[in-house]
Design a protein around this ligand. Sequence first.
Ligand code: ZN
Ligand code: ZN
Length: 301
Amino acid sequence: MTDTRDRAEVEREVFLAGMAAGLAAPVPLPLDAHMHTVRSPDANAMLEAYCVLAVERGLAELAITDHVDFDPTMPAYGFASFTDREREVREAAERWAPRGLAIRFGVEVTYERAYEEVIRGWLKRHPHDYVIGSVHISAVSPYKASNVASFVAGRSLPGIVAPYFDEVIGAARSGLFDTIGHMDFVKRYLMPHVLPADLAAAPELYEPVLAALIETGTALEVNASGLRQLPRETYPSAAIVARYRELGGRHVAVGSDAHRTEWFGYGLAEAYRHAASAGFTALTFRRGAGRVDVPITGSAR
Ligand SMILES: [Zn+2]
Ligand SMILES: [Zn+2]
């Protein structure tokens, strides 16, 4: 994996293989709490197209969580205004409610410790129904394709994942977010230097992150996008979702993280199964005012 073109090509093959294996088979599910539209710089899906698919497939509720970045070097910095995003989502919610589809106004904020107070102030002034905090790979990240080989060389596994997990711990401890998105997204960028199996063999590296989630009551997201990306497993894996539950974690969320119409619902049923297998009977979500439980029902169990 030498550049992002290679990654995109390989991930396209992973996606198609997953389609053939039924990873996007239509399954009625109660909620997809993570998706992007054209209001995110890396997405090209129209909100309306998602709504059509949701009604077709019996997905009852969507949270639209376009990116908002505060680091000027990040792609979503200044990309879409709060006003435009909110208007579009609220208008779609009104149009689709009579057809039995609930649409919530969410956001996925890129967390960086350096911007924590800026984010705090902005979220206070810009209320959303649901807020995901995620750590992404910035222009100066050691995990960028141009940096990762030299960063990994000669480092131990704990040293390799520390910069990413430290930021995720910061995101959880900030108390700013309902849910932490794709908590081990770094495993996508570490391939092929570090494999998902290497991380699976060192679950103790996850425990400080899980502890931060549990102590702050922040929900853990089971993010299905890893199933169509190089790791071919959710962020985090089923084993980590189970460990979170064993350690006392009680709040889990599920999202497809779709960025394209063709990715709608991809892997979502698998992510639900991971939550159910770990012992969860409901997802934790927020619809503006307060937290709600969304029972995991039917074919997801
Ligand atoms: Zn993300
Ligand atoms: Zn996302």
